[in-house]
Design a protein around this ligand. Structure first.
Ligand code: ADP
Length: 626
């Protein structure tokens, strides 16, 4: 059973829709990206790759190497020595992360040149404003391949999570150093590309072209195996450690220009990042980003879960379920990560939180308002019951007294007849009162089918005017009847009579003595506008807005001393609308009111427009419409 009513669905969906839009829009902001990255690093640390690196090894030009072998100025000489030394160990491929693009006067290039002839080597290149900055021709001639060494340019926080496997100058495309190294390691002639992935030998690397072919690097907490060039040169036997491996040769000494941090929190030089990217490919266990559509579907699922929960449940079961959704929204990225899918953290969690907050608040305030309303309705209802019992008491007392009179005294025939007639009419009045009350209650519960019979509009007017005339005369109010009307209502005669009678008695009830009340009608297409106009106490705009509410009475009406329940007009409106019509009211405090029933009819005489009716003659300076 829904906690909220059907009529509240639009508001509820509106509030939830706004929550969804705000949460998903927030998911596009740079703040959300920072949170997503932070969450990624956390989940990464909790779920490190299982295999330690076995394919790659770093040959590091570290501080000790510089200290012992002539410092930074002798870098090319050192690299040449290292290349020759490592070649003796028969590595499968060497990736050289050292810039060889500029002529350096007096530099010792002979070592590198001879090293390059001994081992398959990938050299590096960098994208500069004019294009690719490649190794000098003497080196390039001997290279096995060339690859770029750029990190993910979009990572603004210095953490190296991804690497672009492809980069393009205006004219020339280059693969990453790690990817070219992997190709040679796999002994593959070329890299086969499709829009969604790259294939090297039999390894398929998921890297969408549309996303810039980004590869998520899986750093092992075991760390990358590393040997210092200094140690290798001191102990050439160490070269055996490089056998059949991919060797990444680069600078790790403090001051290396390309340092970043891994999601594990370790400082990494460029050569380390390339080695780890290579190892990720060699291990073949890839992390892929969830597609936009899947992310949207997950957001929608949390949104629906929140919406349905507070639509169908309330109180602690709803809050308990909501807590489950929130926990699930936070756990899902971890579960996905374990299955190698990276799900953004912020947008789905924000949708879950915001939708739950929106749905819960909506429910809380609406239910509270409902409770308040039903409490005032209950109080008014009790008042009404008191009044009805009081009203019933009048005919009952009359019946009781008269029957006692008849029993106790010997009355003459005339008197007896008169009393019997009075008992008869009073009991009929009582029965009518009860019937109307019950009918209307059943009508508002939707339990009663409306009678569908044709009856003349004139009959209703005549019978009501007849019944009200004595009341009007008693208050010296002149009651002007309408012109004859030739039209038929279709519906429930008794209810319609009740409605019109109510308008007439109100006009008399809420008018002072020596005023006039007009009944008038007018054709309005297929409908009739049947109106009652008085010169009574009237109402202001605020009161007008409320008079059709059950049990509402204006202060003016209370002060007039006239008894009432405030229920009549709510019933009138219900009767009129169930007959396919509507109510219109204009009024001015102290000047009078005009109540009009606009109801579809069947006209018997075509075009029976009556002369200007008296009610039209009565003019309110400012019209207030309900
Ligand atoms: P009741 O007359 O029993 O109080 P109704 O539902 O018929 O209940 O009317 C609701 C309220 O609308 C009245 O209490 C009164 O304040 C106001 N009202 C109705 N008809 C008139 C009228 N003709 N002139 C002024 N006020 C009216």
């Amino acid at each position: 059973m829904a906690v909220l009513r059907k009529g509240q669905l639009a508001g509820y969906v509106g509030v939830l829709g706004a929550c969804f839009v705000v949460a998903t829009a927030a998911g596009w902001t740079s703040f959300a990206e920072r949170i997503d990255n932070y969450a990624y690093d956390l989940v990464f640390r909790l779920n490190p790759p299982k295999n330690p690196p076995t394919h790659a090894i770093v040959l590091a030009v570290d501080e000790a190497t510089f200290a012992k072998h002539g410092g930074v100025r002798r870098l090319r000489g050192i690299v040449g020595d290292a290349l020759n030394a490592v070649a003796a160990g028969h590595p499968r491929v060497v990736a050289l992360d050292v810039i060889l693009s500029d002529e350096q006067a007096g530099s010792d290039d002979a070592g590198i040149l001879s090293g390059l002839t001994k081992v398959k080597t990938v050299l590096n290149c960098e994208l500069i404003p004019g294009g690719w900055e490649d190794p000098l021709p003497q080196f390039a001639r001997l290279q096995a391949a060339v690859g770029h060494v750029h990190p993910d340019v979009r990572s603004g926080d210095g953490v190296s999570r991804k690497i672009p496997l492809e980069m393009t100058s205006p004219t020339v495309r280059r693969w990453a150093l790690s990817l070219e190294t992997f190709r040679l390691y796999q002994n593959a002639a070329r890299i086969i590309e499709s829009p969604d992935d790259l294939q090297v030998g039999d390894v398929v690397i998921p890297a969408k072209r549309a996303d810039g072919r980004l590869l998520r690097i899986r750093y092992s907490p075991a760390g990358m195996p590393m040997i210092s060039v200094n140690d290798l040169l001191r102990d050439p036997k160490l070269a055996a450690r490089f056998e059949n491996k991919a060797v990444f040769l680069g600078v790790t000494a403090i001051g290396a220009h390309d340092t970043m941090v891994s999601p594990l929190g370790d400082f990494l030089e460029g050569v380390m990042i390339h080695a780890n990217a290579f190892e990720t490919m060699a291990d073949g266990n890839f992390l892929v980003s969830a597609g936009d559509l899947s992310v949207m579907a997950i957001c929608l699922a949390w949104w629906l879960a929140a919406g349905l929960t507070f639509w169908l449940r309330s109180g602690w079961p709803a809050y308990a379920l909501a807590a489950v959704w929130v926990l699930a929204a936070h756990a899902l990225p971890v579960i996905f990560f374990r299955n190698n899918i990276v799900l953004p953290y912020f947008a789905p969690a924000a949708v879950a939180w915001l939708s739950i907050a929106g749905a819960a608040s909506y429910q809380y305030f609406v239910v509270r308002r409902q409770l308040g309303r039903s409490e005032t309705e209950k109080a008014r209802y009790q008042e009404a019951i008191h009044f009805v019992t009081h009203e019933m008491r009048t005919p009952l007392t009359a019946i009781q007294g008269s029957s006692e009179l008849m029993g106790r005294y010997n009355l003459n025939e005339d008197k007896r007849k008169q009393i019997a007639q009075m008992i008869n009419s009073e009991s009929k009045r009582l029965a009518r009162m009860i019937q109307t009350f019950l009918d209307v209650e059943r009508l508002s519960d939707g339990q009663m089918d409306l009678k569908q019979e044709p009856f003349a509009v004139q009959e209703i007017i005549d019978s009501c005017v007849e019944r009200v005339r004595p009341l009007a005369e008693r208050k010296q109010i002149v009651l002007h009847d309408a012109e004859a009307v030739s039209a038929e209502f279709r519906g429930d005669r008794e209810l319609m009579e009740y409605a019109f009678y109510n308008l007439l008695t109100n006009a008399v009830k809420y008018s002072p003595a020596n005023t006039e009340t007009f009944v008038a009608w007018k054709r309005d297409g297929d409908a009739i506008r049947l109106s009652v106009t008085d010169q009574g106490i009237g109402m202001d705009a605020k009161e007008l807005r409320n008079i059709f509410r059950k049990f509402y009475r204006t202060k003016r009406a209370e002060a007039s001393g006239e008894a009432g329940t405030g229920i009549g007009l709510s019933i009138v409106e219900q009767i009129v609308t169930t007959h396919g019509g509507r109510m219109e009211v204009t009024s001015q405090p102290g000047k009078g009111s005009c109540f009009t029933m606009v109801i579809p009819v069947r006209w018997i005489i075509e075009n029976p427009t009556p002369p200007i009716s008296q009610s039209d003659a009565l003019h309110f300076p400012k019209e207030v419409k309900n």
